[in-house]
Design a binder for this molecule. Structure first.
Ligand SMILES: Cc1cc2nc3c(=O)[nH]c(=O)nc-3n(C[C@H](O)[C@H](O)[C@H](O)COP(=O)(O)OP(=O)(O)OC[C@H]3O[C@@H](n4cnc5c(N)ncnc54)[C@H](O)[C@@H]3O)c2cc1C
Ligand SMILES: *[C@@H]1O[C@H](CO)[C@@H](O)[C@H](O)[C@H]1NC(C)=O
Ligand SMILES: *[C@@H]1O[C@H](CO)[C@@H](O)[C@H](O)[C@H]1NC(C)=O
Ligand SMILES: *[C@@H]1O[C@H](CO)[C@@H](O)[C@H](O)[C@H]1NC(C)=O
Ligand SMILES: *[C@@H]1O[C@H](CO)[C@@H](O)[C@H](O)[C@H]1NC(C)=O
Ligand SMILES: *[C@@H]1O[C@H](CO)[C@@H](O)[C@H](O)[C@H]1NC(C)=O
Ligand SMILES: *[C@@H]1O[C@H](CO)[C@@H](O)[C@H](O)[C@H]1NC(C)=O
Length: 624
């Protein structure tokens, strides 16, 4: 089949050389693909092109076309009297990124900022140079274009907590309408639950049109352990479920595809890609933000904002840009000779979910082994013609369980851990290890022996970590990567919670549902822990410190809080304290990380943030 040759050669080029070099091949690839794709089943509509002639001044400048920024740009440019410029450092979303199964491959291209953590001696110990790889989208759609597409919101308690911390308007009943506003549910058995789901938004949420036996075992195993099979985006969160994903059945629905493709013809909406914002321009006397500086093709541009600059650069780059512009901790900015505009605790309160992808099971059931999937001609054909079959599964992830290990039998409580279920393991794909970054020693010892063996990974996740990290600048040069002090396990309680999550995952493997598939814990120990009794508590504590990594849910670094909160960077209307005409609208404002993968919550922040802007400019009545 010709298209498979195109596909394979293109993917190899992409992985070996990065996105940019392979662009010329896209035409050839698409030619091959299009032969097989009938009219009407195209991957997606066109994204908005780069605007040829930028203006000197816009009403609003939005920095970052990621999960939140895409929504903000869409909702603000609904107002035809306002013009909006969206500035994105990354480039065009590649059609190939719409294919869900190899989600992790896109992090190996230049659609990623390629950040690494500062070693903390307590985690990421079996990673190359003790550094975890902190992936972050640098492309239209931001991280939603390279993520695993899990669609989760968190629970009532998460958002009521935000409100109770001093943020009126952010309780669950306040934010639920915004989750509904974005959503276009395509799952028939959930669509009728109109209290929690909506079919009228832009962001399609679906089940994958293909399931392995392992996915069924996961849900049945949960049932055997006494858990309900639930809609985790509904009334309660405790239980097991197949994965709800931000996909239009079988293809990725990035935030750009959902919110920017449909508005590509709006006259009052301009986009500039490949454009790195280096500074927010703020008058040092009046403290009014009046524009931004950015670099495109090594040329410097200055664009002014009549009304507001909105920072949606994500939880690593939004604090970086604030600090580069003089907003941040006095001492730190002084060290770097950055002129201080406003002393705020920018970059503090970094939160993320540590996960352990090295809890590996072998099973006698089909899992996603890349070589098998790629050589399954009927699978490829099924995908190209109908967007179904193995390629339609997001990053091999098929299920989610949310559990509270302190009160496991109570279905009406909030979870402290998650099991994120992948029907694959680190040896299933030659690029998983490149994506995660473990040492050669670890890979060769533990995973090389099980290449091409069917396996699955019930990834234990700590949902409410107590450790806090921090983002700082390495220098005042905007090209220099910021320093990420992730601080996993800094608070030892997180390690103990992780241990409980690991034990839960191990018990799940003992259920009849999995035993029917001859599930067996892969028992080659992590080399650095091999002197401990395999699978003892101490073994797992050691394995977690060696091999737990990020699931890339960075949040909290421009914390939202009221005026009595000394750690707050933005107020509950997302305005930066002490500066006029400047807001942050993205995952950095979250005062607490929700018990959720953070894409849909970031989109919600974008929806709600856009409404706050409209209210403040008198366009819609204040909601109180
Ligand atoms: C590999 C991976 C897998 C993930 N899996 C999931 C998942 O399955 N489910 C889920 O819910 N979440 C997942 N996440 C997390 C989720 O995607 C993010 O939390 C979410 O996208 C964050 O949204 P944001 O708007 O805050 O930032 P982003 O989406 O990261 O957007 C920020 C944008 O700003 C741009 N930008 C930054 N600095 C500048 C600058 N100086 N100038 C111009 N532009 C700039 C960036 O290029 C980017 O496009 C994953 C993330 C990664 C990386
Ligand atoms: C800020 O929020 C806290 C917690 O809800 C509350 O105690 C305090 O009074 C609030 N302060 C202001 C100025 O609103
Ligand atoms: C929605 O429909 C399903 C059957 O498809 C049913 O089981 C469920 O109870 C309904 N939910 C609501 C809220 O009506
Ligand atoms: C190959 O693809 C077909 C069609 O999508 C699918 O039914 C089958 O399960 C796949 N086989 C494997 C081993 O993945
Ligand atoms: C888990 O259960 C305990 C005990 O009932 C409860 O105190 C806690 O709030 C629940 N949720 C979390 C996130 O720990
Ligand atoms: C396990 O397999 C047996 C025999 O095929 C079957 O009867 C039983 O229903 C299966 N149990 C589960 C939980 O899948
Ligand atoms: C096991 O080895 C690690 C380092 O390899 C060491 O830190 C630890 O003390 C050892 N534990 C025991 C019980 O020997």
């Amino acid at each position: 089949m010709k298209s498979s040759v195109y596909l394979t050669s293109f993917l190899l080029c992409l992985l070996l050389n990065g996105n940019e070099t392979c662009r010329p091949q896209i035409g050839t690839l698409l030619e091959g693909l299009l032969k097989f794709i009938q009219e009407g089943v195209k991957f997606s509509e066109e994204e908005p092109p780069d605007t040829k002639n930028l203006l000197r001044e816009y009403d609003f400048i939005v920095v970052g076309a990621g999960s939140a920024g895409s929504v903000v740009a869409n909702r603000l440019s609904e107002i035809s009297d306002w013009n909006v410029l969206l500035i994105e450092a990354g480039r065009k979303e590649n059609y190939i990124m719409d294919i869900p199964l190899p989600a992790h491959w896109w992090s190996l291209t230049d659609a990623n900022w390629h950040y690494k953590t500062v070693p903390n001696g307590k985690s990421c110990l079996s990673l190359k140079h003790e550094q975890c790889l902190f992936h972050r989208g640098k492309v239209m759609g931001g991280s939603s274009t390279i993520n695993f597409m899990a669609s989760t919101r968190g629970n009532r308690r998460n958002y009521d907590h935000w409100r109770d911390l001093g943020n009126p308007g952010w309780g669950y009943d306040d934010v639920l309408p915004y989750f509904l506003k974005s959503e276009k549910i395509t799952i028939p058995e959930l669509a009728n639950d109109t209290k929690y789901h909506s079919a009228s938004g832009e962001l399609t949420v679906s089940y994958a049109p293909y399931r392995t036996q392992l996915a069924d075992a996961f849900v049945q195993g949960g049932s055997e352990l006494g858990y309900n099979i639930i809609d985790y985006n509904g009334a309660t969160q405790i239980g097991f479920s197949y994965l709800q994903s931000t996909t239009k059945p079988g293809t990725r629905m990035s935030a750009s595809r959902a919110f920017l493709h449909p508005i590509r013809n709006r006259k009052n909406f301009h986009v500039t890609k490949g454009s790195l914002v280096t500074k927010i321009l703020i008058d040092p006397i009046t403290k009014i933000a009046f524009g931004v500086e950015f670099l495109r093709d090594d040329k410097k541009y200055v664009v002014r904002a009549r009304k507001e600059v909105i920072l949606s650069a994500g939880a690593i780059n939004s604090p970086q840009l604030l600090m580069l512009s003089g907003i941040g901790p006095t001492e730190h900015l002084k060290e770097l000779n950055i002129h201080l505009i406003k002393d705020l605790k920018v970059g503090y309160n970094f939160m993320d979910h540590p996960v352990l992808p090295t809890v590996t099971f072998l099973a006698n059931a089909n899992s996603f082994i890349t070589l098998e999937v790629l050589t399954n001609v009927s699978g490829l054909e099924d995908y190209l013609l109908y967007h179904r079959g193995p390629f339609s599964v997001p990053g091999t992830a098929e299920g989610i369980a949310f559990i509270n290990t302190t009160d496991p039998n109570n279905p009406n409580i909030d979870p402290n851990i998650e099991i994120f279920f992948l029907s694959a393991c680190i040896s299933s794909d030659p690029f998983f290890n490149t994506f995660l970054g473990y040492t050669e020693e670890l890979y060769n010892t533990v995973y090389r022996p099980i290449e091409n063996v069917h396996c699955y990974t019930p990834i234990p996740v700590v949902l409410q970590p107590k450790s806090r990290g921090r983002i700082t600048l390495k220098s005042a040069d905007p090209h220099e990567k910021p320093l990420i002090h992730h601080n996993f396990y800094e608070n030892p309680e997180d390690l103990e919670t992780h241990l409980q999550a690991i034990k839960f995952a191990l018990n799940l493997g003992k259920t009849q549902a999995f035993q029917n598939l001859s599930a067996k814990l892969h028992n080659i120990p992590v080399p650095a822990c091999s002197n401990l009794t395999f699978s003892s508590d101490d073994y797992w504590r050691c394995a977690a410190k060696q091999t737990a990594v990020s699931v890339w849910h960075y949040s909290g670094t421009c914390k939202m809080g009221n005026s009595s909160d000394p750690d707050a960077v933005v107020d509950p209307r997302l305005k930066v304290y002490g500066v006029k005409g400047l807001r942050v609208i993205d995952a950095s404002i979250m005062p607490m990380i929700p018990a959720a993968h953070t894409n849909v919550p970031s989109i919600m922040v974008g929806e709600k943030g856009a409404d706050l802007v409209k209210e403040d400019w008198g366009l819609i009545p204040l909601s109180g």
